[in-house]
Design a protein around this ligand. Sequence first.
Ligand SMILES: *[C@@H]1O[C@H](CO)[C@@H](O)[C@H](O)[C@H]1NC(C)=O
Ligand SMILES: *[C@@H]1O[C@H](CO)[C@@H](O)[C@H](O)[C@H]1NC(C)=O
Ligand SMILES: *[C@@H]1O[C@H](CO)[C@@H](O)[C@H](O)[C@H]1NC(C)=O
Ligand SMILES: *[C@@H]1O[C@H](CO)[C@@H](O)[C@H](O)[C@H]1NC(C)=O
Ligand SMILES: *[C@@H]1O[C@H](CO)[C@@H](O)[C@H](O)[C@H]1NC(C)=O
Ligand SMILES: *[C@@H]1O[C@H](CO)[C@@H](O)[C@H](O)[C@H]1NC(C)=O
Ligand SMILES: *[C@@H]1O[C@H](CO)[C@@H](O)[C@H](O)[C@H]1NC(C)=O
Ligand SMILES: *[C@@H]1O[C@H](CO)[C@@H](O)[C@H](O)[C@H]1NC(C)=O
Ligand SMILES: *[C@@H]1O[C@H](CO)[C@@H](O)[C@H](O)[C@H]1NC(C)=O
Length: 766
Amino acid sequence: MVLSRTLVAASLASAVAVASPLQHQDSYKRQNATACAQVSSAVKAQAGVPTPTVPAALAYDCITSTPFKKDAALKLLDSIAPYFKWQSNTVWLKDPPAEYAEKVQGPVDIWGKLEEIKVNVESGKYTNEFAFGYDLYSLSQSTHDGHFVYVPDSVGGIFNWARTIPLVSVSSDGKELPKPYVYADILTESFGNSSFKPSAITKINGEKATDYLEKWAQLGSLQDRDALYNNVFYELATVSLGPVGSGIGTFAGSGRGRWPYPGAKTALEFENGTTAEFENYAKVLISFTGVTDGESLYDNYLTGTGTSTVASSPQNSTTPSPTPSATSTSLPAPGYPPPVYREANNLIGGYYLEDEYSDIAVLSVPSFVSLESAEIPFQQTGEKFLAAAKAAGKKKLVIDLSANGGGTILQGYDLYKQLFPDGISHAAADRFRAFESTDLLGQYYSRAAEKIPRVYVTEEQNATLYELQGNIVSTLFNYQTDIDVNEKNFPNWAAKFGPGIEQKGDKFSNLFRWNLSDVLTPFNSGGIYVHGFGNLTNGTQPFAAEDIVVVTDGYCASTCTIFSELMRQRAGVKYISLGGRAKEGITQAIGGVKGTNNYPWSYIQFLAQYAIETLTDSREEATKLNATELGSYWDNTPFGRAAAGTSLNVNFRDGIRDGDETETPLQVVYEPADCRILYTKEMTVDATAIWKAAVDSAWGGKSRCVAGSVGGYGKRSVKREMSIQDKVYSRSVHQWRRDLSSEQYPLDVFTDLKGLDLNRRGIMWP
Ligand SMILES: *[C@@H]1O[C@H](CO)[C@@H](O)[C@H](O)[C@H]1NC(C)=O
Ligand SMILES: *[C@@H]1O[C@H](CO)[C@@H](O)[C@H](O)[C@H]1NC(C)=O
Ligand SMILES: *[C@@H]1O[C@H](CO)[C@@H](O)[C@H](O)[C@H]1NC(C)=O
Ligand SMILES: *[C@@H]1O[C@H](CO)[C@@H](O)[C@H](O)[C@H]1NC(C)=O
Ligand SMILES: *[C@@H]1O[C@H](CO)[C@@H](O)[C@H](O)[C@H]1NC(C)=O
Ligand SMILES: *[C@@H]1O[C@H](CO)[C@@H](O)[C@H](O)[C@H]1NC(C)=O
Ligand SMILES: *[C@@H]1O[C@H](CO)[C@@H](O)[C@H](O)[C@H]1NC(C)=O
Ligand SMILES: *[C@@H]1O[C@H](CO)[C@@H](O)[C@H](O)[C@H]1NC(C)=O
Ligand SMILES: *[C@@H]1O[C@H](CO)[C@@H](O)[C@H](O)[C@H]1NC(C)=O
């Protein structure tokens, strides 16, 4: 294998030096006649294996032996440009506030980079399709806006890269800065052989380990660097989500670690002087039928017609069905104690703690729903658990948002309203880019909606009306959906559209909010109403704000950030951030995209085509509308050329905090947590160790915060009388802990979104 360390370093550097993704083209200059044939035979030899694997270097030699076809590349670039216009924060990404640029991420010029790639295509700079595809992927990735993503077929459709060794980053005592370890070593020490003392990793591929890992972390989806660092590692919360989460961490090839090439091998050096080397591998995602070389790989799979591609979404799938279907089987959640209630996909779960912590309830919320069938069970799990916790006399609530990349927007509002029924129902307003497409859509959808009653019916009651409600009436482009910042209805489309403010050369709509009383809420929520609205009456507030503390791993994105804005700004609940880089100081608790709505490109295409074909009154009108910017969404190239099982998204709505006169998108606002707690070994095998550290810091009088504090809450009256139920639950926790073994912790949980409905909004897919 000729792949060397320099190649690895070069490809990393290329991805890290985001301002100039094109400077390391040399690393792609490989033409290899036999590599793809070798992959083909390796796949044949693994007949029956669901996902065959090959050495990473072999896969790399194969994918970089594809030809580069200039015309096809230009066609792809031209076809994606219309969708870029929908990205709400382009001008802010290009020119972010100084504090964001200093502490979070530097500026990125989306349009400039697109032009740069085009110039490279024209000038013959790319020698193979992967080199081009990876630059295009890096364009979206480098924005660190997790909603803005395009993964070309060559990057995510043929191979996913992986390493055999998931890592964790832990502090020896909760105070010393964290060091990276091989997770299997921690498992051995914890469950196998307690006289075995794992040694920390000092170097990776010859480079200082923490430097290497920080650079690798930068290839992830989040904006916050400490959150990105956490996402490199094995984490119980991400593992509990199975294939819809970022699994065992980006270092090992889960989440967005599946797309950057990790090099042929990973060489580790440990504190005790030992060295070890591991061959990296690639998962082969296609059958390789008919592939004998790079040319035939291209012809069969990279032309937009092969099976590795996603189809343009059917119109219906953009309308969530209010009726959930099939219940799913339970996923394992290693390291989590026996649940009081847990949704079958582990999207939400309620737990108690044992013994002297038995006054504590814990609501673990690693998602705001990524699966249609989970909408109603998710809401019910929260409801049932909070009621049960109150009934059982629990005094304090820990909410664990680790791994939460968002989900259904209105589930975020709902959980907040379950906790604070009397709380103000909004903390930020929304807006979108005001330009020709959004204006025209608003005019046509609003006009059509005025002729249809805004009443809720089910599909069974009236299928025609149901479809019109889903496709027209309940959409944002009907001015009757949403209310203004003063909670008044908009009188017409122009009042909603504006344009309101102009910033840095872009125009934006007027600010607006969700109308939580809307009868059509189930169309935008996957079937629920929000507590206190519709047919769901207000409950009583289960816990006082000072009896609640929230912990996160920083991954919190999208709907999770909407929920957190309500919790922090309105309820004043304190937030603890876990882990982070091996650096002193406070970190952010909310490190993922704070845009308040992603739009799948397929939904944008649907909106435009539907307006032209269905919402016009005559052929002439259709032709006229087709000649506007709305006519630029017919080309299916972006969908054909995207990797299967990946999302094509823009961030459509900015969140603007109430009272912020500058109208700065929350995405570019830096917000430190109240307290930072470091991960310990125990926290990587037993989630209760995280929750207890949060409890001790908030109410126990022994703070574990290495920066900031959640003090001032007063101490718990520790030795309370345990009820029979407390004792029974405590015994079950002890039993669970005794039964833990290293086999329960899978080392192969990888992100796999194939077959899922990726048309959801309010989510950052891993
Ligand atoms: C082609 O790829 C194979 C498999 O990775 C490798 O063994 C061989 O050295 C490569 N040949 C060239 C010329 O790079
Ligand atoms: C336990 O670990 C110690 C120290 O690494 C080693 O000497 C010993 O052989 C191990 N025992 C078993 C049963 O693996
Ligand atoms: C050094 O540490 C590594 C990583 O924990 C471990 O695998 C190895 O067995 C240790 N070597 C010695 C000689 O103890
Ligand atoms: C929507 O789905 C229904 C049934 O699932 C189908 O009959 C109908 O043709 C679809 N409509 C569109 C516009 O795709
Ligand atoms: C269903 O809704 C449509 C559109 O509003 C209406 O024209 C039709 O009369 C309704 N059908 C029934 C059976 O109510
Ligand atoms: C919200 O939605 C309801 C029901 O669709 C509607 O009656 C009301 O006018 C809307 N606006 C406000 C400000 O409540
Ligand atoms: C719920 O409480 C809020 C605030 O107290 C109130 O405005 C609203 O009318 C209540 N809604 C219901 C359905 O009880
Ligand atoms: C409330 O509305 C939802 C959505 O339409 C429905 O599924 C649910 O059955 C209703 N609940 C009650 C108590 O009427
Ligand atoms: C709109 O224009 C596209 C070509 O840009 C064409 O394929 C499509 O048929 C046209 N549709 C209508 C309804 O005019």
